[in-house]
Design a protein around this ligand. Structure first.
Ligand SMILES: Cc1cc2nc3c(=O)[nH]c(=O)nc-3n(C[C@H](O)[C@H](O)[C@H](O)COP(=O)(O)OP(=O)(O)OC[C@H]3O[C@@H](n4cnc5c(N)ncnc54)[C@H](O)[C@@H]3O)c2cc1C
Length: 173
């Protein structure tokens, strides 16, 4: 906090910590492909962490669960009753795809084995983004929009950002 250009460190250092610190060690990402089941029981819905759990460090779980709840509401509102539960599980699979990729690509950095070429490419691209973010307010804003799920992944591939990442060195202004 001291390294930030703000008074945050001074403010926080004067505050007593509230509760005791508790350790949480279940950081694994889990995604269950219920939508691929041929026979899904009618009337049953799986939603939220029951389908897709993210490493809490990425802070996505509540947002994704809320988006899933909205999708459920919309489906109910439009009275798509035929194969309703199966349709919802498919919809949810699409909804979780990108947050899942973001979380799991980040965590492949901890793997000891060599990741697939597509994963390495994605890691390279995201790492270049992270190098540029401190120097480029637009890139910071767009990355924050993506991680807060206010924008889709296409925001990372706008021509301006592609040019910056491919034509300039990491972290150069
Ligand atoms: C340490 C930590 C930090 C996190 N930080 C963030 C964050 O910053 N931002 C973010 O978006 N997400 C965060 N998450 C993820 C987020 O909390 C979850 O993704 C979200 O709460 C999932 O909602 P849910 O309704 O699916 O499950 P839950 O919130 O777990 O709700 C399930 C409920 O079902 C109840 N239940 C369980 N079994 C039964 C049973 N047999 N009968 C009746 N009730 C039952 C449970 O008591 C619970 O109330 C964090 C998670 C953890 C663990």
């Amino acid at each position: 906090m001291k390294s930030l250009r703000s008074d945050l460190a001074t403010t926080v250092s004067a505050l007593p910590p509230l509760p005791d610190i508790h350790r949480y060690a279940r950081t694994a990402n889990h995604r269950r492909h219920y939508h691929r089941l041929r026979h899904w029981p009618p009337g049953l819905i799986a939603i939220g962490d029951a389908v897709c759990v993210f490493n809490p460090v990425y802070a996505q779980g509540m947002t994704v669960a809320a988006l899933e709840a909205l999708a459920l509401r919309n489906l109910l509102r439009h009275r798509h009753r035929r194969n309703f539960t199966t349709r919802f599980q498919h919809h949810q699979a699409r909804l979780t795809a990108w947050p899942w990729l973001l979380a799991t690509i980040g965590d492949t950095g901890w793997h000891t084995e060599q990741p697939a070429i597509t994963t390495r490419l994605a890691q390279w691209y995201l790492n270049r983004w992270r190098h540029h973010i401190p120097h480029d307010p637009t890139m910071f804003r767009h990355f924050a929009q993506l991680t807060n799920m206010l924008s889709g992944p296409t925001i990372l591939f706008r021509p301006r950002h592609l040019a910056r990442i491919l034509l300039t060195g990491p972290g150069s202004d």
